[in-house]
Design a protein around this ligand. Structure first.
Ligand code: ZN
Length: 166
């Protein structure tokens, strides 16, 4: 299904469905002023699933995901043949950039570290790859999938509304 002109940018770009971004930010807001965290599953540079997790630090400046929850998510991903493509946490009052601790504790060099800052008037979401203490930005591309459950046929979706008229 992939077209030849599709950019081969998997290493520096992560695609996220809009609904997933909204779920991330809702999770972050729910835990404000404490940090929120979660894991993202997907494949080939595209996130498909978001798994909110517990922040066992329950802190406004730190997070850690209980190892048991990480294991559960990894098992689910394996069953669904997905990879761990992202690790998310929020910075309730800080900027959307990895802290010194985030960099030191980046144990998954293949994953994109997503950080949402809630410090401004609008939330800011950014992605990074963190390898050997080096931070490289990863471009996030939000794919504008409208709400689900809309039949692709177009007109078919309106049928139910006019049922009573015929
Ligand atoms: Zn952080």
């Amino acid at each position: 299904m992939s077209t030849p002109e599709e950019p081969a940018r998997a290493a520096t770009t992560l695609e996220l469905p809009r609904a997933l971004v909204e779920a991330l930010l809702a999770h972050a807001r729910r835990h404000f002023p404490r940090e929120a965290c979660g894991l993202l599953g997907g494949r080939q540079g595209r996130a498909e699933r978001f798994f909110p997790t517990t922040n066992q630090e329950a802190s406004p400046t730190a997070y850690s995901i209980p190892p048991g929850e990480i294991l559960q998510v990894l098992e689910k991903l394996e069953r669904e043949r997905l990879e761990l493509v992202g690790i998310f946490h929020s910075h309730p009052r800080g900027r959307a950039y990895p802290s010194a601790v985030d960099i030191r504790q980046a144990y998954y060099p293949e994953a994109v570290y997503l950080i949402a800052s809630l410090a401004g008037t609008e939330p800011e979401l950014r992605g990074y790859r963190i390898r050997g203490g080096r931070v490289e930005p990863v471009a996030l591309r939000v794919s504008g999938e409208p709400l689900r459950a809309r039949p692709s046929g177009g007109r078919g979706g309106l049928k139910q509304l006019s049922d009573g008229n015929s």
